[in-house]
Design a protein around this ligand. Structure first.
Ligand code: URA
Length: 433
């Protein structure tokens, strides 16, 4: 077999066989297939697409390209959730303790922030002492003891995806449905959980700009998960508006605590309860209405908050910061961004809002950058809100005063205003199984 022929076959619009896809992944990992050849194949896939079988074959080849996690010792209730990336998306911090308090087992690896989107691992590290680098033994012991542990990516999981994703990132081949679906699902399959619930975002801050495109991606991923014997569902949610009010690491932990205490923003709580309902319903094999009642009870009874505290403390985090969130990192400087005129917030470019928070220090501009855990944005007015000139639209927070001007400019560029109430796209577009 020759990679040249595989590239040519895809270039000319033909479907690749399982053997050809496996040959490509194996060769790319062992170095016998070069970056320039892999780039050419990704670009051919970008233009020609892949059918369902090719996408599933690529997913499995990548899932088996390195180590896989064996969670069989924890039985059938192992669950995982994945978000396709968002701004202000702190759902894992809320959903994980809700479902763990109901007996589901979370042995989860999460990511760091990427571009304009935040990452769960960075958020957790804003809590003093929290250890995201447990050894394998510590990780499994903690899951055994309290039913929940979340760490950064470790080991040699899906090395083919790691290498290919980095290549796609610099060759304009990220946003292809088959490549995204196989990239995400290869990691989920390798991570070992029985139940997988995907939060597929649509809108200005997401890979998929329209709900229809997000649905296509969701359908592809659900099919892959189910065909590989995992119970899989996808919830298609709105990322045209940042989720909740807070963006930035410590700020998001504070907001997650608010929600776990039964308060907080309605949109954030609803997305969390919807995701938790799917996880509980699928993993325990119970109807959705029963699962919803259980998740609401876990949240409003304080059971989920207790589980959150137990989780943070067991994983080394300072419990005082959970009891009193004012102790979480707080910034030296802040600035209120004011509305320029009367009217309504018509649209928010969520990606630009995410970039404004990166400018303030909440994310990395290069891989080596350190994060200002206290930096970020609290949004006071969202799409559809009525505003008067001079109202506070948002408050910017940072430890580096000289970032405020450019962050304010970026934030304001993200918003457009109108005279009449605008149409609002749905928070939850659809749930797929
Ligand atoms: N997230 C991933 O893990 N992979 C993609 O290709 C896109 C988003």
């Amino acid at each position: 077999m020759r990679i040249y022929d595989i590239i040519k076959k895809k270039r000319d619009g033909f479907a690749l066989s399982k053997e050809e896809i496996e040959f490509f992944i194996k060769g790319y990992i062992d170095g016998s297939i070069h970056d320039y050849q892999a780039s050419a194949l990704c670009m051919a896939i970008f233009f020609r697409g892949m059918n369902e079988k090719e996408t599933a074959d690529l997913t499995l080849a990548m899932a088996h390209s390195g180590d896989t996690v064996d969670l069989s010792r924890f039985g059938e209730l192992t669950v995982d959730k994945h978000s396709t990336g968002g701004v202000g998306d702190k759902t894992t911090l809320i959903v994980a303790p809700i479902v763990a308090s109901l007996g589901c087992v979370i042995a989860k690896m999460s990511g760091r922030g990427l571009g304009h989107t935040g990452g769960t691992v960075d958020k957790l590290e804003s809590i003093e002492g929290f250890n995201t680098e447990l050894s394998n033994e510590e990780f499994f012991q903690q899951v055994e003891k309290i039913g929940i542990a979340v760490i950064g990516q470790t080991g040699n999981l899906t090395p083919a995806d790691k290498k290919l994703y980095a290549l796609r990132d610099v060759t304009a081949t990220v946003d292809n449905l088959s490549l995204i679906a196989s990239s995400i699902m290869s990691k989920k399959l390798a991570a070992g959980s029985h139940t997988i619930v995907l939060d597929v975002k649509y809108g200005s801050g997401a890979f998929m700009k329209t709900p229809e495109a997000a649905k296509e991606l969701a359908e592809a991923m659900v099919k892959i998960g189910n065909s590989c014997g995992r119970k899989t569902a996808a919830v298609i949610t709105n990322m045209d508006i940042p989720l909740g009010a807070n963006i930035g690491n410590a700020l998001e932990v504070k907001e997650a605590i608010e929600v776990l205490k039964g308060n907080g923003a309605d949109d954030l709580r609803e997305v969390c309860l919807t995701l938790a309902t799917q996880i509980v319903s699928l993993s325990k094999n119970i109807p959705e209405n029963e699962a919803r009642a259980l998740t609401e009870d876990a949240l409003y009874s304080g059971k989920a908050f207790l589980k959150f505290k137990e989780w943070i403390e067991t994983q080394g985090g300072n419990p005082k910061m959970i009891e009193n969130p004012e102790l979480l990192p707080s910034p030296a400087f802040s600035r209120e961004v004011k509305a320029p005129a009367d009217g309504y917030v018509e649209k928010i470019d969520t990606e630009a809002v995410g970039i404004a928070s990166v400018i303030l220090g909440a994310g990395r501009k290069t891989k080596e950058d350190s994060i200002d855990m206290s930096a970020g944005i609290i949004i006071s007015k969202k799409t559809g809100d009525n505003i008067k000139a001079g109202d506070t639209l948002a408050t910017l927070y940072t430890s580096t005063e000289n970032t405020l001007d450019s962050a304010e400019e970026k934030f304001l560029s993200a918003l457009s205003f109108c005279e009449n109430p605008p149409e609002i796209s749905p928070l939850i577009y659809e749930v797929l199984k």
